[in-house]
Design a protein around this ligand. Structure first.
Ligand code: ARG
Length: 419
């Protein structure tokens, strides 16, 4: 597409909201670029044609919507699930794992349009700017990255409203929300407004998907999740692709009031923030996946895997998706999933989700070894010898300590004795 803007074309990560809509004329007026608006659908985006129209009405030379749901589920949600990835043991990284996909689509669109720059609406205080900037630099270091919301001249919200009004940009102001929301199929993140006071309990209107536990059905619901090599492939025996399965289990969790997370988290830029998440599907799948791993993996593999899980979670949070260490962690994860095949029965009830049944052809659980009944085949006699050797280093240590202690006592006595 030809352009007569002084600096050519920029591809803007577009959501249809106030900020990214204002960015369209802003990038033209202040930065001298024609704008191609690029909406990346990672799930839960509604009214795409209207969003595309809005971008064009705001002055975009073109608007594209990219359906990246499948790619997101297969190549981002799945490795995160295999890693049981939780930032600071709580947040399943739903926003964080989406950003590399957005970076990739921005770069691909820039190449398609012959653009020399990409832009986004992230502020200078968040993690997302880090993830998108580094993602773009990893994929095409020659692209210029423009982030006007980081610049000193970026208007306040009130000024922004005046700006869009002056430019006749049709932003839906009736739906003015005090919150800042980001959502995709792996979860919904919510911050700002009253949530900025960590003592204030999140009001009900902070949640859009997960029912309150008090309103959840009085009857539990069981769901069997089947995995093949670490990948969830069926619910209650019905085969499903990743996208459909994530959406289906998320809906069940939402109905039963499961998947609300309210936390203080440590941002990469050094501040603590309070965020509220709705992550029913992600947490339910992690619960099931971890349970199956407990059944089929050896103790050493399980324990060592935790260090990889925690490292990869931090790397995803901190914008290092395209780092070679991430690739190496993923290779470890996929290798570790060779036998993670089997079924987990989850029980959803009143805000909770627990595994209450597990089975696998690769189960390492042996009834004959575990039972206390007369079928017990465990070698009790061997236990005494095992403990004898297992405890040997501790015993030797203790003996030496004791001797040393006695010697010291004798020495102390000698010193204190009058000559
Ligand atoms: N704190 C989360 C993260 O850094 C979510 C960020 C986006 N949150 C939002 N409410 N807009 O991954």
């Amino acid at each position: 597409m030809t352009t007569d803007a002084p600096n050519g074309t920029v591809v803007l990560a577009y959501s249809g909201g106030l900020d990214t809509s204002a960015l369209i004329p802003w990038l033209k007026e202040k930065y001298g670029y024609d704008v191609v608006a690029c909406l990346v659908d990672l799930g839960r985006v509604k009214g795409i044609p209207a969003i595309m129209e809005r971008a064009k009405a705001a002055g975009a030379i073109d608007a594209v919507a990219i359906d990246a749901k499948e790619e997101f589920a297969e190549h981002h949600c799945l490795p995160a699930l295999m890693a049981n990835a939780l930032y600071e043991d709580k947040y399943p990284l739903s926003t964080a794992i989406g950003r590399p996909v957005i970076a990739k689509k921005l770069v691909e669109t820039a190449h398609k349009y012959g653009a020399t720059a990409v832009a986004h609406g992230c502020t200078g205080k968040g993690n997302d700017q880090v993830r998108i900037d580094i993602g773009v630099r990893a994929l095409d270091p020659n692209l210029t990255i423009i982030a006007p919301a980081r610049a000193a001249d970026w208007p306040s919200r009130e000024e922004l409203l005046d700006y869009v009004a002056a430019h006749d940009i049709p932003v839906n102001l009736t739906k003015k929300s005090p919150y800042s929301i980001d959502e995709n199929m792996w979860g919904r993140s919510n911050e700002c407004g009253v949530l900025e006071d960590p003592w204030v309990a999140p009001p009900e209107d902070a949640f859009q998907f997960v029912a309150s536990a008090a309103d959840a059905p009085g009857e539990p619901q069981h769901v069997v999740v089947s995995f093949e090599k670490g990948k969830p492939v069926a619910l209650d025996g019905k085969p499903m692709g990743m996208v459909e399965l994530i959406e289906a289990i998320d809906a069940i969790g939402n109905r039963h009031g499961f998947g609300r997370v309210d936390m203080i988290e440590n941002r990469l830029v050094g501040i603590k923030s309070r965020e509220v998440y709705e992550v029913a599907g992600a947490l339910a799948l992690i619960t099931a996946h971890r349970e199956l791993e407990d059944l089929v993996l050896t103790r050493d593999l399980l324990h060592f895997k935790r260090t990889i899980e925690s490292k990869l979670s931090d790397m995803i949070y901190e914008g290092q998706w395209f780092d070679p260490l991430t690739e190496a962690c993923k290779a470890f994860l996929f290798q570790s999933q060779e036998r993670v095949t089997g079924d987990i029965r989850l029980k959803f009830y009143k805000g909770g989700c627990v595994a209450d049944g597990r089975r696998s052809d690769f189960s390492l659980y042996s009834y004959k070894l575990a039972t206390y009944s007369k079928e017990d085949e465990f070698s009790h006699e061997a236990a005494a010898g095992f403990i004898q050797l297992w405890g040997l280093p501790i015993e030797v240590w203790a003996r030496v300590g004791k001797e040393h202690h006695m010697m010291k006592e004798l020495e102390d006595e000698a010193v204190s004795e009058p000559i």
